[in-house]
Design a protein around this ligand. Structure first.
Ligand SMILES: [Zn+2]
Ligand SMILES: [Zn+2]
Length: 138
């Protein structure tokens, strides 16, 4: 399996590239075709006056048929693609998972306390170490 990498940010609903300990995580979610008409790429609705996408809109819209879906509902149907370098064994791998944030317990390295954060978790194919793509970058 080879993951298709985005050529530009315009293709993505979500993109991140970060260092995690000694490892690396690069993750992206590609926009997909409209489930109704199959012609348009679903995206944030555009401002009718300026033509600019409304980044903070809580919905996605098809530019062709105007099919409209709430943000959460649409994003839950997408797939997140991940390329990683495992921080434990340095294995380079890739995988994908449903684009659904789940609460996981993680140790905050600064405070030493456990905290609950939104994350999408993959497992290193070599050593089974958890690879977390966290929602917010701290
Ligand atoms: Zn459409
Ligand atoms: Zn590993």
């Amino acid at each position: 399996m080879t993951l298709r990498e985005p050529e530009s940010m315009d293709e993505c609903v979500y993109f991140t590239n970060r260092a995690v300990g000694k490892g690396k995580v690069r993750a992206w979610v590609l926009r997909e075709q409209c489930p109704k008409c199959g012609k348009g790429l679903m995206g944030k609705p555009r401002d009718r006056k300026t033509g600019k996408p409304m980044i903070r809109a809580e919905e996605y819209e098809c530019p062709e048929c105007r099919y409209n879906v709430p943000k959460e509902e649409y994003e839950n149907t997408l797939t997140i693609n991940v390329k990683y370098t495992c921080s434990k064994c340095s294995n380079e791998g890739e995988g994908s998972a449903p684009f659904q944030w789940k609460k996981v317990q993680r140790l905050n390295e600064e405070t030493g306390k456990k905290q609950s954060i939104d994350s999408i978790r993959l497992i290193c194919s070599k050593c089974n170490e958890k690879i977390d793509v966290t929602r917010k970058m701290k």
